[in-house]
Each structure stands twice: as structure tokens, then as C-alpha cells.
Design a protein around this ligand. Structure first.
Ligand SMILES: *Cc1c(COP(=O)(O)O)cnc(C)c1O
Length: 462
């Protein structure tokens, strides 16, 4: 056999230096645990979880360089050296001029919404995100979804389901006038669509359109490097460009950004607000002191800012992103091989089960995705989460949102689990798939006022 015709495998561009032992449970223990948690995986104790795919937020493994960086933390109240490292990294890799650290992404969203949104303003975005939309609404704004229709169809194979529908945006501008639209909120690798990218072509069209009308673009850049990977793989003309350069090109199309460094940037806590406009920056800088802390630490320790600065550089590495997204694609392919309905194409940070197709006998008011997440936990101790009607919450009038996507999210932490863990996850899901016809839904028995998916409680129907 000639070697050059053989399939060549790829492997992770790192090796393990330390391991964390996992905790195994029995099925009886898991049934007890999920009941005590009100059938909400957010309410489980981490000790009762075997493989934790609840979120990729703050769950990544830091590198030895990041851990070494922690020790160089300069814990001065003001002007910490690590702040200047963070500021330099943001300028170098993302190109934004002014940086304000925050404790995490929503801290940046709070300040941004307060300085940019007036009551009655409309904020178009490529699909909502839970905390982003809530901060827009708390500031008196109204969110308007302008993502392409394909994004709401889990079976549609569009390569850039994060794209903006320019006609939807234009209709909003004609209806409300550009003065009522302070900015367009653009997420890269759209979380709620299943980790789906936006193309550079679409972003450039949006840039030209908004520049003409004096509308800014604010970038929810939590997963910008994963988006850049998809552009490199899928968008004509970018196959030879590095992820590092594509990330920069994306940021260059926008005026500022909110960042949850707990995702792409490979840290356990942190975020920032970045703005190119000096006046807006000065307003935000005076506000950060009220909510987060002085503008050179924003709720973070010096060591946290150092870990972010190093993590940003590691996140734009081509080999890193290949392994990161490659592992997600590996799990997605396994699910498809079992015939399990998932959102396609497989996204950047996780595999999303189509719960409506998985449990077609349940109505959306019986919480199919919430139900499936609890069934998978009972089967194997794998923790996933709901992204459907519970996450969507209620509008300002108190009416339930009924999202078209009813999904269970298997989010993969970066650099944490192995391929064997992915096999266990897929096989557990297949076991639940086998008995899907016998699965009963849930009813909600406790609903908190804000972001209900975190704390809501349920009971089994029937
Ligand atoms: C996580 C996330 C946020 C909020 O960031 P936190 O660090 O969790 O506060 C905002 N937007 C998107 C797309 C996210 O995934």
C-alpha cells in the first residue's frame, strides 16, 4: 500500500501535563440528583456530573504559559502591568483602539447598552443572545432579529447561517429611521443558531450599508476565532489566509466589541468592552467604575488579565482552531452516523440536537429540549443544556417567546476532553434515541423573573 493514498489523521497540538479525576455515579444516584435539581441541568452539582458539556464558557483548560502568567499578576489597584498587556493584545490581534476590562461578557454588555441605547431605540442583530438582548431591553431598547431565514432551519446546509439578511435590515431602517438605530449587534459564530458563522462578504456589505447611514456595528466577539476558522475553510478566497489575519479582518469591519473571554480566549473568567470612538469610550470608562471597578481592572485580578492576554494569542493559532472545531465535528459526525437529528452544518462550539425532531410527540409547552437534557443525564451522567423555549423566556409584556429552534446543546470545553469522551457522549445519546417514543415531557413549577433557564424548576408529566 502506498503511503500517500492513506487517510492521514490529525491530533491535538498539545499534550497533558496534569489531569483532573472524574466522578462516576450510578443510574439511581443520577435519577435522585436530577429530581433534586428540578430537571434543570444548571441546578446539578458538578460532582454528580461525569462529562460536563453544559457550556464552553470558562471551562477551557489553560496552557502552561497561561498558568505561568498568573504568577506574574500585578495586583495594584490602579495601572496594573497586566492591564497594559491585555490592552496591547486586544490592539494587536483585534485592532480595537480603546479597551475596558469587565468581569465577563455581560458586564461589557451592561455598560455598552447604557451608553449607546436610548428608550425606544431598535437594535438589529443576527439572532438574539440571552444576556445581550436582556441588557438591550433593560436600557429601553427593542431587539430585532435580522439573521437570514436559513438560520432558523436546523436542516438547512447554508455554510454561513450567521449572515445578516440585508433586506430585513433595510426594512427596519426604512420603518424606524437610522437615528433610532444606534448600532447593529453582530455576533460571530452565532451561539443561538448553533455556532454558525457569518461570512466576510456579508460583513463587508453590512459595513458599507451602515457607514452610509451613520449606524455603528458592535461585535459580540466571544467566538470570533472559531468564525474565522470557518471562513478559512468555506469562504472562497480565504483558504490561504491565517486565522489570525481573518480575525483582524472581521474586527476591522466593526466599530467596537463586547467580549466574553471565557470562550475563545481560553480563560476561566474575564471579558472586556472595546470601542474605537473616543467619546463613547470616555463615557463607558466613567460608567465602568460604578458597576465593575476601576477602568484598569474592571472586576478582574491582574493575573486574570494576564491569562486573557496570553489566551487571545493562543486562540488565533491555526492548529488550535483546527483541533477545537475538529473535535466538535467529530462528535457531530458520530451523532449523524446514529441517525440522530442535529443542527447542520455542525457548529464551532458544540453539537445541537434538534429536540423537536427527536421528540415529535411533545408540544413546545412540554419542553422537549429540557426533557432530553435530563434524559441524557440520567442515561450516562453527561450534562448538556436546553436552548429552546425555556432559554427564550418572555417578552416585555410577559408573553412566552416561541423560538423556532428547540435544541439541546452539547458544548465542548476547549482542550479538556478526548475523542474517547466524545464516543461515550454519542453512544449515550444513541441509547436515549432508541427509547425516544416512551419519553414523557415536563411541566414548569418554578419560574424566576430573569433568564429563567438558569434557575427554573420542572416536574415529570404523567
Ligand atoms: C457567553 C456569551 C455572552 C455573555 O458573556 P458572559 O461572559 O457569559 O457574561 C454574550 N454573547 C455570547 C454570544 C455569548 O456566548
Amino acid at each position: 500500500m502506498s503511503t500517500h493514498t492513506q487517510k492521514r489523521s490529525w491530533a491535538e497540538p498539545y499534550k497533558m501535563k496534569m489531569v483532573e479525576l472524574l466522578h462516576m455515579t450510578t443510574k439511581a444516584q443520577r435519577v435522585k440528583a436530577i429530581k433534586a435539581a428540578g430537571f434543570n441541568t444548571f441546578q446539578l452539582k458538578s460532582e454528580d456530573v461525569y462529562i460536563d458539556l453544559l457550556t464552553d464558557s470558562g471551562t477551557s483548560a489553560m496552557s502552561d504559559r497561561q498558568w505561568a502568567g498568573l504568577i506574574t499578576g500585578d495586583e495594584a489597584y490602579a495601572g496594573s502591568r497586566n492591564f497594559y498587556h491585555l490592552e496591547a493584545a486586544v490592539r494587536q490581534f483585534y485592532g480595537y483602539r480603546h479597551v475596558i476590562p469587565t468581569h465577563q461578557g455581560r458586564g461589557a454588555e451592561n455598560i455598552l447598552s447604557k451608553v449607546m441605547i436610548k428608550p425606544g431605540d431598535v437594535i438589529p442583530g443576527n439572532m438574539y443572545f440571552t444576556t445581550t438582548r436582556l441588557h438591550q431591553e433593560l436600557a429601553g431598547g427593542i431587539f430585532a432579529d435580522i439573521i437570514i431565514d436559513e438560520a432558523h432551519d436546523p436542516a438547512n446546509l447554508h455554510p454561513f447561517k450567521g449572515n445578516v439578511d440585508m433586506n430585513k435590515l433595510d426594512a427596519l431602517v426604512k420603518k424606524h429611521g437610522a437615528r433610532k438605530i444606534p448600532y447593529v449587534s453582530i455576533a460571530t459564530n452565532v451561539n443561538m443558531a448553533g455556532g454558525q458563522p457569518i461570512s466576510l462578504e456579508n460583513l463587508r456589505e453590512l459595513r458599507a450599508y451602515t457607514r452610509e447611514r451613520g449606524i455603528q456595528i458592535i461585535h459580540d466577539m466571544t467566538r470570533v476565532a472559531e468564525n474565522a476558522y470557518f471562513i478559512q475553510q468555506r469562504e472562497p478566497g480565504y483558504g490561504d489566509m491565517s486565522i489570525r489575519d481573518i480575525v483582524k479582518a472581521i474586527c476591522d469591519c466593526t466599530d467596537g466589541a463586547t467580549m466574553s473571554a471565557k470562550k475563545d480566549a481560553l480563560v476561566n473568567i474575564g471579558g472586556f468592552l472595546a470601542l474605537n470612538d473616543l467619546d463613547l469610550f470616555e463615557e463607558a470608562r466613567s460608567l465602568v467604575v460604578v458597576y465593575e471597578g476601576l477602568d484598569t481592572y474592571g472586576g478582574l485580578a491582574g493575573r486574570d488579565m494576564e491569562a486573557i492576554a496570553i489566551g487571545i494569542a493562543e486562540s488565533v493559532d491555526d492548529l488550535h482552531q483546527h483541533a477545537r472545531v475538529g473535535q466538535v465535528e467529530y462528535l457531530g459526525q458520530k451523532m449523524m452516523d446514529f441517525g440522530i437529528p442535529i443542527v447542520k452544518p455542525v457548529g464551532g462550539h458544540g453539537v445541537f440536537l434538534d429536540a423537536s425532531a427527536f421528540l415529535p410527540h411533545l408540544s413546545q409547552d412540554e419542553f422537549p429540549a429540557q426533557t432530553l437534557a435530563s434524559e441524557i443525564y440520567i442515561d450516562s451522567g453527561v450534562r448538556t443544556m436546553e436552548r429552546g423555549i425555556v432559554s427564550a423566556g418572555r417578552d416585555a409584556q410577559g408573553r412566552n417567546y416561541y423560538p423556532r429552534l428547540e435544541l439541546v446543546r452539547f458544548t465542548i470545553p476547549r482542550r479538556v476532553y478526548t475523542q474517547a469522551h466524545m464516543d461515550v457522549v454519542a453512544e449515550s445519546t444513541a441509547a436515549v434515541w432508541e427509547k425516544r417514543n416512551r419519553i414523557k415531557g415536563l411541566k414548569m413549577v418554578y419560574e424566576p423573573k430573569y433568564l429563567r433557564f438558569f434557575q427554573a424548576r420542572f416536574e415529570k408529566l404523567g
